[in-house]
Ligand binder design. Structure first.
Ligand SMILES: [Zn+2]
Length: 126
């Protein structure tokens, strides 16, 4: 084997083998961490598309959690459920906050039950 291909060369820079090893380790990490979430999906979607949709699902769950906390705070303060989500102090001026980040449907608020849910298919349990 030539001296140039050894991992510790005299210049201290990355050798070809070191670079390949880093690439393989990186790919293995991606497969290990994303593999379980990527199974069972249609083959038409790309891996990057799935990662983006997954991040939007997490954003949807976080939005709903924040709205539910605001509803609880409103009920504690007013001893009644808010008539609409517009009465809530969410602390954001983003007009899309009450929409699902995946399907852009408006969240459904039930003032009788003081419950909010996402109508997007698959988000019923969020
Ligand atoms: Zn949603």
């Amino acid at each position: 084997m030539s001296k140039r291909l050894s991992i510790e060369n005299e210049r201290g820079s990355w050798s070809l083998i070191g670079l390949l090893a880093a690439l393989v380790i990186g790919l293995l990490l991606v497969v290990v961490f994303l593999g379980p979430q990527l199974k069972g999906r249609s083959g038409a979607q790309t891996t990057a598309g799935q990662a983006i949709e997954k991040s939007h699902e997490v954003e949807c769950q976080a939005n709903l959690r924040q709205v539910r906390m605001a509803i609880d705070m409103y009920r504690a303060e007013h001893q009644a459920a808010p008539a609409s989500v517009a009465d809530l102090n969410i602390g954001t001026s983003n007009p899309d906050f009450f929409k699902c980040p995946v399907g852009h449907e408006d969240y459904v608020y039930d003032s009788q039950a003081a419950a909010i849910r996402c109508p997007h298919p698959g988000h019923e349990s969020f």
